[in-house]
Ligand binder design. Structure first.
Ligand SMILES: *[C@@H]1O[C@H](CO)[C@@H](O)[C@H](O)[C@H]1NC(C)=O
Ligand SMILES: *[C@@H]1O[C@H](CO)[C@@H](O)[C@H](O)[C@H]1NC(C)=O
Ligand SMILES: *[C@@H]1O[C@H](CO)[C@@H](O)[C@H](O)[C@H]1NC(C)=O
Ligand SMILES: *[C@@H]1O[C@H](CO)[C@@H](O)[C@H](O)[C@H]1NC(C)=O
Ligand SMILES: *[C@@H]1O[C@H](CO)[C@@H](O)[C@H](O)[C@H]1NC(C)=O
Ligand SMILES: *[C@@H]1O[C@H](CO)[C@@H](O)[C@H](O)[C@H]1NC(C)=O
Length: 278
């Protein structure tokens, strides 16, 4: 299946991308510049390359120009994500957000991009579990895996988050909207990510706030968003031990009981703690 075996060409990146294009459906407008007669795929829309090596570094193909509220689904990619992308070994940045992949699982082979630093698969209608192979992306700084809760879109879920703990470089993690109700170990895993600067777990069906944890090691964390999770417990002490926090969102977390002292959160600038009346 490898294009390399049938062609002898030094950099076949355009061929791998064309195989990817052919796995998609209804992409004609979005990928109109992706044509075989223009072999310089670095000029194709959504592609950029390293100027000195010519390797494809970025695939930047958010649907709806990245404005993906659910009503504006317009120019979206659909269909399959071909294995041919695996041949783009130097890929650093991959944004396929706001597309519509029909509820398929995030492809396991994405875990093989050893150089990937940015991965955005938000709002792209991926379903099933996040494959643990994503834990192999040791260079990953920013994964973005938000998903819609809408009735027509699958939510992405996973039973545990251990795969994340190998991602030591992670500084921005957004899994809002994913079903993490079975990820009871979420705080232990998060606590192994000392570089984390932003953590967004809004609407993740988290139910365990780890009440008895008094402090955590998240010394770089500046944004913590736990909004829209139905904890239904007192606020846990560990949140108030994250002295680096600048923004804290606890909207509609159904807390009860007294709120511990904010005294140690000396950098805090934004606090959302409203409860919606339903
Ligand atoms: C690569 O080349 C393009 C076009 O000549 C230029 O706009 C871009 O800034 C260059 N990028 C780097 C990293 O040198
Ligand atoms: C991922 O993509 C969405 C939609 O294009 C965008 O709103 C979001 O900011 C991106 N996430 C990150 C971490 O860049
Ligand atoms: C194909 O894409 C166009 C816009 O690019 C959209 O209007 C049309 O509904 C899409 N067709 C299907 C079958 O998704
Ligand atoms: C990727 O991760 C899987 C599951 O965690 C593991 O079995 C596999 O050996 C890893 N592959 C590489 C290339 O590290
Ligand atoms: C916090 O970090 C310290 C030093 O790195 C380590 O000894 C300790 O076990 C960590 N605590 C937790 C709860 O992970
Ligand atoms: C604030 O910090 C002090 C000193 O580190 C500690 O003893 C205290 O428990 C902290 N208070 C809260 C509410 O975390």
């Amino acid at each position: 299946m490898s294009a390399r075996s049938s062609y002898s060409c030094f950099s076949c990146f355009h061929l791998f991308l064309l195989v990817f294009k052919h796995g998609l459906t209804n992409e004609s407008q979005r990928l109109a510049s992706w044509v075989a007669k223009n072999k310089d795929c670095c000029t194709w829309s959504g592609i950029s390359c390293d100027n000195s090596t010519g390797h494809v570094h970025h695939i930047h193909l958010p649907g709806s120009d990245g404005h993906c509220d659910i009503l504006s689904y317009g120019m979206t990619l659909k269909g399959e994500i071909s294995h041919s992308l695996l041949d783009l070994k130097q890929l650093k940045h991959r944004d396929l957000s706001c597309n519509d992949f029909g509820g398929i699982q995030v492809p396991k082979f994405i875990g093989s991009f050893q150089n990937l630093r940015y991965l955005n698969l938000s709002y792209s209608n991926f379903g099933e579990n996040i494959p643990p192979q994503l834990g192999n992306l040791s260079e990953l700084h920013v994964p973005s895996l938000e998903s819609f809760h809408g009735p027509f879109y699958e939510t992405t879920n996973m039973a545990n988050m251990k795969w994340l703990s190998t991602l030591g470089m992670l500084h921005h993690l957004d899994m809002s909207g994913m079903d993490l109700s079975k990820a009871t170990d979420w705080l232990q895993v998060i606590n192994t990510l000392p570089s984390l600067v932003q953590l967004h777990l809004s609407g993740c069906e988290l139910s365990n706030l780890h009440m008895y944890v008094l402090s955590v090691n998240l010394t770089s964390l500046s944004v913590l968003d736990l909004s829209y999770n139905d904890f239904n417990t007192p606020v846990s002490q560990w949140i108030f031990s994250v002295t680096s926090l600048v923004s804290l969102d606890l909207t509609d977390c159904r807390f009860h009981g007294p709120i511990p002292s904010f005294r140690n959160l000396t950098s805090l600038e934004l606090l959302h703690i409203a409860e919606m009346i339903s």
